[in-house]
Design a protein around this ligand. Sequence first.
Ligand code: BJW
Length: 254
Amino acid sequence: MEEVLPHRVAQLLRDARRVVIFTGAGISAESGVPTFRDDLTGLWARFDAQQLATAEAFHADPDLVWGWYEWRRARVRRAEPNSGHLAITTIESRIPDSTVITQNVDDLHERAGTPATIHLHGSLFAPRCMAAAAHPATFPDQPDGEAAEPHEGRRISPPRCASCRELVRPGVVWFGEALPEAALTAAAEAATACDVLLTVGTSGVVYPAAEIPRIAASSGATVIQVNPQPTPLDRIAAINLRGSAAQVLPTLVA
Ligand code: BJW
C-alpha cells in the first residue's frame, strides 16, 4: 500500500458530508469469523452452499442446516470486534451523516458501537418462524441451551415456534430469497446520496447487495475499497487500498 493513499483517504473522509461504509465478511475475518470465498479459509471452500444456505436445503434437512448455523452462531459469540469495526465507529462519530451497511450476519458492528447498522442479509441472532417471513419466532425454551458450543457438522433439531408450532429457521437471507425490503431501500437511498462510499472486505459478487457501491459510483460518489485482494469493485473504486481491514481502517482515522 502506498503511504500517500491513507492520507488522501483520511482527507477525503474529513471533507465528506455523507459517508456510507459498506462491509462484507472480510471486516470480521480478523475477529476469527470466516469469510465465504477466501481460497482456503472461506466457508464455501469447506461447505456446500446449496446444501446449507438455501430454503430447499432447510426443507430437505433442517437438522443439518440448523446445526451448521448454531455452530456459526457460537463462533460469532466468541469473537470480538476488531480495530476495523472500531475505526468505523470513529468515522461515524466525526461524520454525523454516515451509514453503515453490512452483508454480514454477525453482530460485531453493533458490539463495536454501531447500533443502527443496516443488515442486508439478516442476522444469525434473529431466527424466525418458517410459517411467514414477518412472523417473529417465539421459542418454547431457550434455543441455545445445549447448542451453546456445538461442534462443526453436528446436527441439531431446530426449535418449533411457540405460537404456531412451525419450524424456526435462521433469520438470514439465503440464495434465491429476497433481501429485507426496508434495509435494501435504505441502503440504496444512502448510496445514492453519499459523497464517499468506503467498501470493506467484500468480494462484491453477490447481488443485489453488490449494487450498493455501484449505485454510489454512478451517483457521483468517490468509492474507496479496502481489501487485500482484487475484486470486481476495483473498476469502480477511485482508490484501492490493498490491505486488511484491521490494519488499514485505523490508519484512515489516525
Ligand atoms: C478481507 C480480509 C480482511 C479477507 N480485511 N478484507 C445477478 C447475477 C448472478 C446471480 C444473481 C444475480 N442477482 C441475483 C443473483 C443470485 C444470487 C447471487 O448473487 N449469486 C451470485 C453469488 C452469483 N443472489 C441471491 O440469491 C440473492 N437473492 C436474490 O437475488 O433474490 C431475488 C428475489 C427477488 C424477489 C423475490 C425472491 C427472490 C440473495 C443473496 C443472499 C446471500 N446470502 C449469503 C449467505 C447469508 C447467510 C449466511 O451467512 O449463511 O450472504 S451468501 C454470502 O455471500 C453471504 C455474504 O453476505 C455474501 C457476500 O459475501 P462477502 O461478504 O462479500 O464475503 P466473501 O467471502 O465473498 O468475500 C470476502 C472478501 O473479504 C474477499 O474479497 C477477501 O479478499 C476479503 N478479505 N480477509 C479485509 N482481513
